[in-house]
Design a protein around this ligand. Structure first.
Ligand SMILES: [Zn+2]
Length: 286
C-alpha cells in the first residue's frame, strides 16, 4: 500500500516531457467557457494516427502540417477549473507515443438578458412541452453523430451580410421574470428575407420546423462540428444536400420563439456549445 502510494507520487512527479517525445501545443493555453481551442501534435511527419481526449471527451484529430490537429470545444456552462487531456499517436515506425497534461478553464462573464414574451411562448401546455422535449432530444442525438471526415475547410464565415456583429452568446436569460437556459448562439438582427449563408462547407443534417427555433437548418461540418441557423423565413436547402461556404441556405425570418426578424446562429462541437464569434476568428487550415 505504502509502496503503491510512493510509486504513484514518483510517477506523477516525472514531467510529461521527460516521459514522451510527443510534442503538443494548445492554442490558446488557457480557455474560457464557450471557447474553441485548437491542439496541435507536431514533429510527427507520416504519423499513422492520433487520438486523445479532453476532460474525458474524445478529440477528433485530422492531419495537419507535420502532424495532427484537433478542435476542442469548452461548453458555455463548463465548470471553471483544471481539466486533464491526454493524446496518443502512432508514428511512421509504428511506435506509440503519448502525452498528457492539464488545461485551465476560466470563468467568463456573460450578460444577463431580461425578456418579456407572450405567455403561450413561455408557459407551455403538456402537449407542447412534450414536443419541445422531443425536438431537443432529436437535436442532441444529431450532435452526438460524428461524421468521421472533416468537411469544413478554412475559416468559418459570418452567416449573414449585415454590419451587426451579433450579440447575446451565453446570456443568462430571465424570461417573464424566470431564469431560463442560457442563450447558446449569436443573434444578428437583419431584415426578413436577408440571405443566410453556410458558415463553412458541409452537409445539411436537418431542415425542420421546431417550436422554439422555428424553421431551422443544421449543417454537419464533419468531425462532430455542427452549425445551426434558427428562425428562418424559409430554407433553401434539403436534408443531405452538400453545401459550400458562402452558399445561400435560407432567408432570415421570425419563425419560432422570436421577438422580431433575426438570425440565431450557433455552433456545437461534440455536444459543447461554443461561441460562434470565436469560431469565426480562428485561423483554420484549408
Ligand atoms: Zn437567439
Amino acid at each position: 500500500m505504502v509502496f503503491a502510494v510512493l510509486l504513484a507520487l514518483l510517477v506523477t512527479a516525472v514531467p510529461a516531457q521527460a516521459r514522451d517525445p510527443l510534442s503538443v501545443r494548445w492554442e490558446p493555453k488557457a480557455v474560457r467557457q464557450g471557447d474553441v481551442a485548437m491542439v496541435f501534435v507536431t514533429g510527427l511527419p507520416d504519423a499513422k494516427t492520433a487520438e486523445g481526449s479532453l476532460a474525458g471527451q474524445p478529440l477528433a484529430f485530422f492531419p495537419y502540417g507535420d502532424g495532427y490537429a484537433a478542435l476542442a470545444g469548452i461548453d458555455l456552462e463548463a465548470r471553471p477549473g483544471v481539466v486533464a487531456w491526454r493524446i496518443g499517436a502512432i508514428d511512421a515506425r509504428d511506435r506509440p507515443l503519448k502525452a498528457s497534461g492539464r488545461l485551465q478553464i476560466r470563468a467568463r462573464k456573460f450578460p444577463v438578458q431580461r425578456l418579456t414574451l407572450p405567455r403561450e411562448m413561455v408557459e407551455l401546455d403538456a402537449a407542447t412541452l412534450k414536443r419541445v422535449e422531443e425536438e431537443s432530444k432529436h437535436l442532441r442525438t444529431l450532435y452526438a453523430t460524428i461524421t468521421p471526415e472533416r468537411l469544413w475547410r478554412g475559416r468559418f464565415t459570418k452567416p449573414v451580410g449585415v454590419p451587426d456583429a451579433g450579440e447575446g452568446f451565453g446570456a443568462r436569460r430571465i424570461i417573464n421574470g424566470l431564469a431560463r437556459a442560457p442563450h447558446a448562439g449569436l443573434d444578428y438582427s437583419a431584415d426578413a428575407g436577408t440571405p443566410v449563408v453556410a458558415a463553412n462547407t458541409g452537409r445539411v443534417a436537418l431542415v425542420a420546423e421546431y417550436f422554439f427555433p422555428g424553421r431551422l437548418v443544421v449543417l454537419d461540418h464533419g468531425l462532430g462540428f455542427y452549425t445551426l441557423y434558427f428562425h428562418l423565413e424559409r430554407a433553401d436547402v434539403a436534408d443531405g444536400d452538400r453545401v459550400e461556404r458562402g452558399q445561400i441556405i435560407g432567408r432570415v425570418g421570425a419563425s419560432g420563439r422570436a421577438t422580431g426578424p433575426h438570425l440565431h446562429f450557433a455552433a456545437h462541437l461534440r455536444q459543447t456549445r461554443i461561441d460562434p464569434a470565436l469560431l469565426m476568428k480562428l485561423k483554420l487550415p484549408e
